[in-house]
Write a protein that binds this ligand. Sequence first.
Ligand code: ATP
Ligand code: MG
Length: 312
Amino acid sequence: MGKNRSRRELEPFIDRARALARPWRVAEGSRFNLSQVDPQDTGPFGSDDKKEAQIALAQGVETLAGMQDRLWAQDRWALLLIFQAMDAAGKDGAIKHVMSGVNPQGCQVTSFKTPSAEELDHDFLWRCQRCLPERGRIGIFNRSYYEEVLVVRVHPEMLARQRLPQALIGPEIWQQRFEDIRGFERCLARNGIVVRKFFLHLSPEEQRRRFLERIDDPAKQWKFSPSDVAERQLWTEYQRAYEDTIRNTATEQAPWHVIPADHKWFTRLVVASVVVEALADLDLHYPTPDEATRAGLAEARALLMREDDSDK
Ligand code: ATP
Ligand code: MG
């Protein structure tokens, strides 16, 4: 399957992506409950169907590459993918696999860590706003401004370090941030930046297994930090914060996808499917040259053909 396949040829892959993405989509959060998603779920696949899912992922990645080429050439829309999860849920691997086929020029990944002193001197959206994708590009946020209603909510001492005027800190601050995030994402949508948000939903048992693997494998030890175990003690608080965040920030324009994360091969396939679906919903096409451009092309062609004649 080449990247220049026509839209009609891509259609069966797009249909499958829609079917794989749909069950995990949360576009209206008021009745959302995290217990509705089982981290071990593998959708239509049995737990032994890993190979089959990997083939589907490879096809999904190729479909995505074909559409990214049009996104880039057309230079109108941008896509912002936001990844949030507990430690070891597989954000990095999902990003790596799903974007493996795309043109690196049209893609940018930004990881957001503990904010610097300079970043804390600004409003909470500032550092992310500076990293938004330009038209024609896919931007990936590995963590994001959502940390401001997740880790900061679980650790109130972080809020105290944010140098906000005292009068602006009260119990309503989380609702206010949700409202600001909804407004921000609505603004992005109205400017042609399509937002898709992922929560990779891991079970505590699987996190424990992955932590132990990181500790015991010399090639993975660098990924482990002892503070990860301390955060794990706050599992319930984090789950509550995630649930409330998704309830308050899931919208039609910027939906969440809550994706089972205990089986990495399934997580990656669903993430790729969501990206394929998001791009398929746009009117992506190669720009059609206007009359003047067509005349220029014909002239250039004639010149090149003449060169060929004179070579003989
Ligand atoms: P991995 O899954 O490989 O551990 P990671 O995304 O957890 O990757 P780390 O360098 O381990 O990367 O951690 C980044 C840390 O920065 C996270 O603990 C996250 O909660 C924290 N962080 C990100 N944004 C903010 C923020 N706005 N305020 C406070 N902490 C933040
Ligand atoms: Mg970490």
